[in-house]
Write a protein that binds this ligand. Structure first.
Ligand code: PLP
Length: 454
């Protein structure tokens, strides 16, 4: 039941020469790509003129939709003033200053410094490296392991993919790297045991974390990395009390917390960061995506002053802090990021998310009684429908049936782009500027696609 759009010359070139990321490659060869050529508000349009509500804001990122002129103007001004400069050897492009000030102002907990990169993967890769640098600097060369969770998603570079807990990211790549230790995913719906309460589930996961640290040796465990709400792993909102228990254990063993806020940073959950929602005390925070509304690539790693001071001391002995990207703090990205944050402030975007989120969350939960839906969940402007063969028993469909993928194709035919995650989980993460009327339209198209799938 693939969409029967003709394959255009652009699609043909794509099929011939483009190695698509995160795609079923053989299926793509049969069906051809959806070529998107234009955006307007929360909508995108394909080359044939068909419009779609972008229910995922692209990849959880185009927070201001697809036609924010202020960002285009900011980019143009910067491109015609200073299109490129770098931050190596004590130089810095002018626009970095205002952006770092603004980012420190937005920081959900006191942070010392900001290091720039170009993608969420690079930011997490940098965090991985800095954990090592920091503990070497403090004379604790054994304390290097990072605990990461099943179904976590932290990106695709060697280190970030190693931290991620999705099997397809490791198979055939000979990953994960050493020094990554895995613990359970806090998805009660899937992993709660029969008869177990949510509180008992949280206790069991906390005990598992404690046991894991004891098994590895607390002197070898350096950090714990977590998305406040797991995104690509299935939109997993942690159960009440989960992070409080986790953080108490980390504190006891002097283990750093890295908050991966690549999806949750800048308002998606109805607070500026997930850190505020779950009362986290991170030592490092990674951000990307909505930092620039995804109009240009940019990511950043916040580090605490304590980490910065240790790194600065240690690098003094080497001479130079040996890390950085050609495009760290790229002026174009800085200008667009700064303008993005100003728009968030001017338009009170985080308040807007809080105001419209109930429309999405209530709407999704109305589908919970649909015979295809095992669970409807979410927080703020992120949500999911987890499809199930037998909702009462929380029994998933056989993966080979591709029920979630079928739903996504039907949604697309009805003018809605959403994404299927492993386990037939349909994810929703629209632009933050979405209105209640647009949320209603998104839900109406969801209902049509559910009916088609049923
Ligand atoms: N961290 C999280 C939580 C993400 O969702 C993603 C991407 O989806 C990344 C990291 C990786 O970001 P990028 O794709 O920009 O490398």
């Amino acid at each position: 039941d693939a969409p029967t759009l003709p394959i255009s010359p652009a699609g043909r070139s794509d099929l011939t020469h483009h190695l698509h990321p995160y795609t079923q490659l053989r299926q793509l060869e049969r069906e051809g790509p959806l070529v998107i050529v234009r955006g307007d508000g929360v909508n995108v349009f394909d080359e044939h003129g068909n419009g779609y509500i972008e229910g995922m804001a692209g990849l959880w990122c185009a927070s201001l939709g697809f036609s924010e002129k202020r960002l285009a103007d900011a980019a143009y001004r910067q491109m015609t003033t200073l299109p490129y400069y770098h931050s190596f050897s004590g130089k810095v492009p002018g626009p970095v200053a205002a952006l770092v000030d603004k980012l420190i102002e937005w920081a959900p907990v006191p942070m010392g410094r900001v290091l720039f990169a170009n993608s969420g993967s690079e930011a997490n890769d940098t965090a991985f490296k800095l954990v090592r640098y920091y503990n070497n600097a403090r004379g604790r060369p054994l304390k290097k392991k990072i605990i990461a969770r099943n179904k976590g998603y932290h990106g695709v570079t060697m280190a970030a993919a190693s931290l991620s807990g999705l099997p397809m990211m490791h198979q055939h790549f000979d990953l994960p790297l050493p020094d990554v230790v895995r613990v359970s995913c806090p998805h009660f719906y899937q992993f709660g045991l029969p008869g177990e309460t949510e509180a008992q589930f949280v206790d069991r996961l906390a005990q598992e974390l404690e046991d894991t640290i004891q098994r590895e040796g607390p002197e070898t465990v350096a950090a714990f990395i977590a998305e406040p709400v797991q995104g690509a792993g299935g939109v997993v909102v942690p159960p009440a009390g989960y992070f409080a228990k986790v953080q108490a254990i980390l504190k006891k063993h002097d283990i750093l917390l890295i908050a991966d806020e690549v999806i949750t940073g800048f308002g998606r959950l109805g607070q500026p960061f997930g850190t505020q929602v779950f009362d986290l005390k991170p030592d490092m925070i990674t951000v990307a995506k909505m930092l620039t509304s995804a109009y240009v690539p940019m990511s950043a790693l916040y580090v605490s002053d304590q980490i910065y001071q240790a790194v600065a001391d240690a690098s003094a002995a080497v001479g130079v802090f040996g890390h950085g990207y050609t495009y760290s703090g790229h002026p174009l990205a800085c200008a667009v990021a700064l303008e993005t944050l100003r728009i968030y402030e001017d338009d009170r975007i985080v308040d807007h998310v809080r105001e419209v989120a109930p429309r999405l969350q209530d709407g999704l939960r109305k589908f919970a009684s649909h015979p295809l839906v095992g669970q409807a969940r979410g927080l703020g402007l992120i949500g999911a429908l987890e499809l199930a063969a037998d909702p009462a028993q929380r029994k998933p469909f056989e993966p080979a049936r591709g029920v979630g993928a079928y739903f996504v194709r039907r949604a697309q035919a009805h003018g809605l782009i959403v994404r299927v995650l492993g386990g037939d989980i349909i994810a929703f993460s629209p632009p933050l500027v979405i209105t209640e009327a647009e949320i209603d339209a998104m839900l109406a198209r969801t209902e049509l696609a559910l009916a088609d799938t049923w």
